[in-house]
Design a protein around this ligand. Structure first.
Ligand code: NAD
Ligand code: G6P
Ligand code: MN
Length: 444
């Protein structure tokens, strides 16, 4: 074991995921040892609630690790080895608009897909660029592992505006789906699977899934299950899965039927069945409301309790898959392991029949010099058509940002598979312009 220890800052320290992540970091000290952990946020009040509880967790579990939280960029980004990007520009208030404005016009209202996802992406671009710049100014050797959405759009902005930045844009959805696949075939974890996957973020397909140890092709068994049940496992596995996610995993059954030669990322449902999504949505109670009622309330309530009692003993968090995944990625970069994970990167031939300058989500080897993509061959014809349309939307959003162009954003909305008509696209955009005024460039 090396004696290297790392300094980490979580940007978006007030995130609902932070305490769970801190618990996971503590549980992984043998794998990814820390010397310092910092939280950075622009909302001092929100971060304080989380930060005070995390200080107690750290003091009890890892007193040797320095801990602080701050809203000062210089303090946050000086002397760090890793920046973890977990920001949500505009917080849940804006997520609620992303979901509800399209629904008002009978269009898919979702965090990272359709007009909501594009609106969110446009908000995130300047904030992520600013964080990259802080990192480069104060800790030029650091790596940023970013999972702030909308990842496809953020990645395209990085490709254009900060092409040499040491940032890796990742998503945990495929490992969640693969955790389900593992359970379906009686294995413990997604780590027991080998895979070939390609597409865009929240827009992809598995070409192959194998048992990592034995090499067994698991696709036939998985297809047999998924055709009836999607990725819904049920029983103990799903006992804490919230209602909207249960519906999502079950719906994969219909997505799979669209191309039985592959297995789909669960997010394909928003593109294949936008009408179904709208018909089954409540425009006055969306995923944001579910989170405010459950996750956010529980996380902030628990933090308050920890601070009041002065101890984190018996806290509700345990080392979770999402957090462990990010830690595994940091470990791979820190110790140059060349393990395989998925990243969102410029294609450059990884998908052989897709443009070089498109951001794609493909398997990569992660190491000290970043990511090396693995070639996955050609996309199927159906996939190619879908991907070309979607990636064009993502590029148009970044055009809109770069040129402060209303028409580019309108084109992005109108082209999107979730939007049936350009008149509706315009209505959604005009409503979004109003609420996004503090965050978007002034589109003309
Ligand atoms: P949250 O609203 O609970 O927390 C986000 C925090 O970011 C808030 O405290 C907010 O004040 C802060 N913030 C906003 N703008 C900032 C800026 N410019 N600089 C620093 N901090 C800023 O959000 P959440 O639900 O915990 O999600 C956090 C992010 O992680 C979101 O972008 C979400 O989409 C993403 N996410 C991604 C994945 C993935 O697989 N890619 C998985 C889960 C969550
Ligand atoms: C998955 C996706 C993320 C997304 C999240 C939303 O983890 O990979 O990109 O942000 O789901 O989950 P939530 O529980 O906030 O709706
Ligand atoms: Mn994701």
């Amino acid at each position: 074991m090396s004696d290297k220890k790392f300094s980490v800052v979580i940007a978006g320290g007030g995130s609902t995921f932070t305490p769970g992540f801190v618990i996971s970091l503590c549980a992984n000290q043998d794998k990814f040892p820390l010397r310092k952990l910092k939280l950075y946020d622009i909302d001092a009040e929100r971060q304080k609630k989380i930060g005070d509880a995390c200080a107690i967790i750290m003091k009890e579990k890892e007193p040797g690790v320095e801990f602080e939280y701050t809203t000062d960029p210089e303090e946050a980004f000086t002397d760090v080895d890793f920046v973890l990007g977990s920001i949500r520009v505009g917080k849940y208030e804006m997520r609620s608009h992303d979901e509800k404005i399209p629904l008002k016009y009978g269009v898919n209202g979702q965090e990272t897909t359709g007009p909501g996802g594009m609106a969110y992406g446009l908000r995130s671009i300047p904030a992520i660029i600013q964080i990259i710049d802080y990192m480069e100014k104060y800790s030029p050797n650091a790596w940023m592992v970013n999972y702030s959405n909308t990842i496809a759009i953020v990645s395209e902005a990085c490709r254009r505006f900060r092409p040499n930045a040491k940032i890796i844009n990742i998503c945990d959805m495929p490992i969640d789906d693969m955790g389900r696949m593992a359970a379906i075939v009686g294995l413990n974890s997604y780590k027991d699977l080998d895979f070939t996957y390609y597409g865009l973020n929240h827009f992809g397909w598995w070409k192959g899934v194998r048992n990592k140890k034995t090499g067994e092709d698991l696709m036939p068994r998985l297809k047999e299950y998924v055709k009836d049940n999607g990725y819904y496992v049920g029983g103990d596995f799903d006992k804490e899965t919230e209602a909207s996610w249960v519906a999502t995993f079950k719906k994969v059954k219909d997505c799979y039927a669209m191309d039985p030669t592959t297995l789909p990322n669960n997010y394909m449902q928003y593109y294949y069945f936008p009408k179904y999504e709208v018909d089954n949505a409540n425009p006055h109670y969306t995923r944001t409301d579910e989170i405010l009622e459950y996750r956010q309330k529980i996380v902030f309530g628990e933090c308050e309790r920890i601070v009041k009692e002065g101890t984190a003993k018996g806290n509700l968090w345990e080392s979770a898959v999402h957090s462990n995944y990010i830690i595994d990625i940091c470990h791979a970069i820190a110790f140059n392991t060349h393990e395989k994970f998925l990243a969102n990167i410029p294609n450059n031939g990884a998908i052989s029949n897709f443009p070089d300058d498109a951001i794609v989500e493909v398997p990569c080897l992660f190491g000290a010099d970043g990511v090396q993509p693995i070639c996955v061959g050609p996309a199927g014809r159906f996939q190619l058509g879908l991907m070309m349309e979607q990636v064009t939307c993502e590029k148009l959003v970044v055009d809109a940002y770069e040129q402060k162009s209303y028409i580019k954003m309108l084109q992005a909305f109108a082209l999107n598979k979730t939007v049936p008509d350009a008149t509706i696209a315009k209505k959604i955009l005009d409503d979004m312009m109003v609420v996004n005024k503090p965050y978007w460039p002034d589109l003309k």
